[in-house]
Write a protein that binds this ligand. Structure first.
Ligand SMILES: [Zn+2]
Ligand SMILES: [Zn+2]
Ligand SMILES: [Zn+2]
Length: 386
């Protein structure tokens, strides 16, 4: 391994460190998630992805047509689309789709044997269906997490040949106090969270056989899982169109053809933006073992990306990294990262319960606690929704 997890201090606990030099742009490591799940509304709105790895199931052309609402659109250079529809398979019992037999078998052996609906009763009566629908009513887009991660985590533990090891893999993320878990759940679910936690917990109890996981089904245990997905869940995005754009931009074309292609792509993004706004990707959330041990910095030296267009994460260096350096990512979105130290730390302490001491925050330690107009508006909106 070119990296190692090291103890730092009692406040930051552990962190990830480089054991050799990495150049900016290089891949530091890659890993598959412990569990991954598409967002509930993303799936309901027709974003078609593999139920296990989130790989797009539409061709780039189908994807572009749907997102731009132009059913007659033709994409040039169709060889640049890498969706292979011939390998798509469905679960014969519940109908969920996979990009390949490999994903179907992996999912079945890891958690799907336990969670498959099997259509014994009508779909709407199934407690997992109700759990998903109830979650959707509590958590409208833009989505940041999915309650459906929790049944997958529990079923993964139950189906593992080594239950203790599987359990330990997830328990490494549950190190917070009951009070801290409550704060995170509150932030994730909003004002009526206590009531909502009880409803979701009740549905989960109906959906899952308690064998070996009963301590996660208590109120306290359930809240620790909600906090786990709230703080450690990493967003995953995949897209057939953006893969096609990347690959077609690498073609050896004449200057005239290049101009034509660029104009086509600009117009396509304009049309997709008009019809679908920011919602262009298949989106979901995943839990990663190594990536979760990366601490936050407001001047990150690495970022998670999805170079394989599925849930396999590649951590890419943003700057040159020297052996011995700590590898840090940003927990904040691009826009929040550009805001004042005060605003960044407000977001970090609400969602992750810590204050940042990165070089940028230290440097700005004596800046006044300014709140821009835009941030005040956000705060007002938040108060109204609570
Ligand atoms: Zn797949
Ligand atoms: Zn099934
Ligand atoms: Zn910072």
């Amino acid at each position: 391994m070119d990296i190692e997890i090291r103890f730092i201090d009692n406040i930051k606990d552990k962190g990830l460190f480089a054991k050799r030099d990495f150049n900016a742009g290089s891949v530091i490591f890659e890993e598959d998630p412990l569990v991954c799940c598409q967002f509930s509304w993303n799936s309901a709105y027709g974003y078609k992805a593999c139920d296990h790895c989130l790989r797009p199931l539409e061709t780039a052309e189908e994807n572009a047509r749907r997102l731009s609402a132009k059913p007659d659109l033709h994409l040039p250079h169709p060889q640049c689309c890498n969706t292979n529809k011939n390998t798509i398979v469905s679960c014969t019992l519940c109908g969920v789709n996979y990009c390949s037999t490999e994903c179907q078998i992996t999912a079945y052996n890891q958690y799907h044997r336990t969670l498959c609906f099997q259509r014994k009763s009508s779909l709407e009566d199934h407690p997992l269906y109700q759990l998903n629908e109830t979650w959707k009513q509590m958590h409208y887009p833009p989505e940041t997490s999915s309650i459906m991660m929790i049944p997958r985590i529990l079923a993964t533990i139950q189906q593992s040949p080594n239950t203790e090891h599987a359990q330990a893999q997830f328990l490494q993320f549950c190190h917070r106090t009951v009070n801290e878990n409550t704060k995170i759940a509150h932030k994730l679910l909003g004002g009526k969270f206590a009531e909502q936690i009880a409803i979701l917990n009740g549905l989960l109890v109906r959906a899952i056989d308690p064998e070996g996981v009963s301590h996660f089904l208590t109120q306290e245990g359930f809240q620790s899982l909600v906090a786990l997905i709230g703080t450690n869940g990493q967003g995953v995005g995949t897209s057939a169109v953006s893969q096609w754009v990347t690959r077609s931009s690498e073609l050896q074309l004449s200057p005239e053809e290049t101009v034509k292609l660029d104009q086509f792509i600009d117009k396509l993004y304009e049309d997709m933006d008009k019809h679908s706004g920011n919602f262009l990707n298949n989106e979901g959330v995943a839990l990663f073992s190594l990536q979760s041990s990366c601490n936050h910095s407001c001047v990150p030296n690495a970022e998670p990306t999805y170079l394989h267009n599925n849930s396999r994460l590649s951590l890419v260096a943003l700057t040159d990294i020297k052996a011995g350096d700590e590898i840090c990512i940003s927990y904040l979105d691009e826009c929040t990262l550009q805001r004042s130290r005060h605003s960044r730390n407000k977001e970090l302490s609400e969602n992750y319960l810590f204050r940042c001491t990165c070089p940028k925050c230290e440097q700005q330690a004596h800046d006044p606690d300014v709140t821009s107009d835009e941030e005040e508006e956000d705060d007002e909106m938040e108060e109204m929704s609570e």
